[in-house]
Design a protein around this ligand. Structure first.
Ligand code: PLP
Length: 393
């Protein structure tokens, strides 16, 4: 069989990896296609330019509304990774901070950006349930107060691997009442929890289109007025000087449409019940299964679990052959299954971490998807037990 044919066979009819990237909503695709038919540069003052500017303005309103932000606070970027880098690298410079605080469970985009500032970085831990150790942030702030410098505290609201909802409300009380700055990576919370950016303490937040049924390659940094000088790409002055480069109007249009309809679609899919169904089914098959973050508040669309002894690479391969796509955690750019820095920070032993699988559902997920997954996983588990018994015999 040709390699291409084998790849086609593996094309998944059951997609359970929405946290890596949600399928594009048909309405978002239509908005992208309609905008691609337009000609010109949104910065041009003529009619063609104005038509594109109107598309961007409409999308800005929709993204701002979903984020509880004002239109002026939305800066479109090329991805959430870029927005995070702008907040941390650009923020470190523009806000004149003396150090960065990140959490050990932050996305690699934030961890690498903190490193790239060249400033001292304090990494605060996660507890066994995957929640940020808020006391460690308080201690870092106290040390900075003694040294007389300001910190940029960068945390995430919902963990992409475990779905654990972080105690950002407590962090907001702590940082909001201090001279330090707060950045929140809200990528996995956007469209699922109310961000209320305008009325809450964070100075900056990052969101992404492709986690809410919009296209990949477009994100946004939400910025309060006092942090308006935070820049990464000054360029040609687009986004009121806050992000240079001709705006990707078609992607922005898709983002705006997704922001308008995603929450309702997600709600209609009943994702909490689907994850509940999956976890109940798994526990029935494997009572020794571990659910990471089980005792912390979790977002309803994701479950991260391990059956001790069943390696995630083996399980994923077995499921992939049946056309079922799930993940071991965060999508890795190399395509390899690597150890999870999040589970490690939670104190999960490496051997158990190697068995971790993440199931994430979304706007087009159904009970049939979960049933197919449970069937497929049952077979994988059965083969694993047979192999183990043969080895023991
Ligand atoms: N932050 C979190 C929590 C994420 O889950 C992701 C994507 O996996 C990102 C940031 C990066 O988003 P983007 O793919 O838009 O760069």
């Amino acid at each position: 069989m040709e390699r291409a044919d084998r790849c086609l066979m593996a094309t998944s009819p059951t997609y359970l990896d929405h946290n890596a990237s949600a399928p594009l909503l048909p309405e978002a695709r239509d908005a992208i296609v309609a905008t691609l038919a337009l000609t010109g540069n949104p910065s041009s003052v003529h009619g063609h330019g104005r038509a594109l500017r109107a598309v961007i303005d409409k999308a800005r309103t929709s993204v701002a509304k979903l984020a509880g932000a004002t239109r002026e606070q939305v800066v479109f970027t090329g991805s959430a990774t870029e927005a995070i880098t702008q907040a941390i690298v650009g923020g470190a410079k523009a806000l004149g901070v003396g150090g960065i605080v990140v959490s050990a469970g932050d996305h690699t985009a934030a961890l690498k950006a903190a490193e790239a500032t060249g400033l001292p970085v304090t990494t605060v831990g996660l507890d066994r349930d995957g929640q940020i150790e808020v006391d460690e942030i308080a201690a870092a702030m106290q040390r900075a107060d003694i040294l007389g410098h300001r910190l940029l505290v960068a945390v995430h609201l919902v963990n992409n691997e475990t779905g654990v909802i972080q105690p950002v409300d407590r962090i907001e009380v702590l940082v909001g009442a201090s001279p330090h700055y707060l950045f929140v990576d809200a990528v996995q919370a956007f469209g699922k929890l109310d961000l209320e950016f305008q009325s809450r303490a964070p100075d900056m937040m990052a969101v992404s289109a492709h986690k809410i049924g919009g296209p990949a390659g477009i994100g946004a940094l939400l910025v309060k007025g006092h942090a308006d000088e935070v820049r990464l790409i000054p360029g040609g002055g687009q986004e009121t000087g806050r992000r240079g480069g001709t705006e990707a109007a078609a992607l922005i249009a898709g983002f705006g449409t997704a922001a308008e309809i995603f929450p309702e679609r997600l709600h209609a899919a009943g994702v909490d019940a689907l994850i509940g169904m999956a976890e109940t089914g798994l526990r029935r098959m494997a009572p020794d299964m571990v659910i990471f973050g089980e005792h912390a508040p979790r977002i309803g669309n994701v479950g991260n679990f391990a059956v001790p002894g069943l390696k995630n690479a083996v399980a994923m391969m077995g499921l992939d052959l049946k056309g079922i796509s799930i993940s071991s955690g965060s999508a890795c750019s190399s395509g390899k299954v690597g150890p999870s820095h999040v589970l490690k920070a939670m104190g999960v032993p490496a051997e158990l971490g190697d068995c971790a699988l993440r199931l994430s559902v979304g706007w087009n997920s159904t009970e049939a998807d979960i049933a197919a997954f449970l069937d497929g996983f049952g077979e994988v588990l059965q083969r694993h037990r047979e192999r183990r018994n043969n080895r023991a015999a």
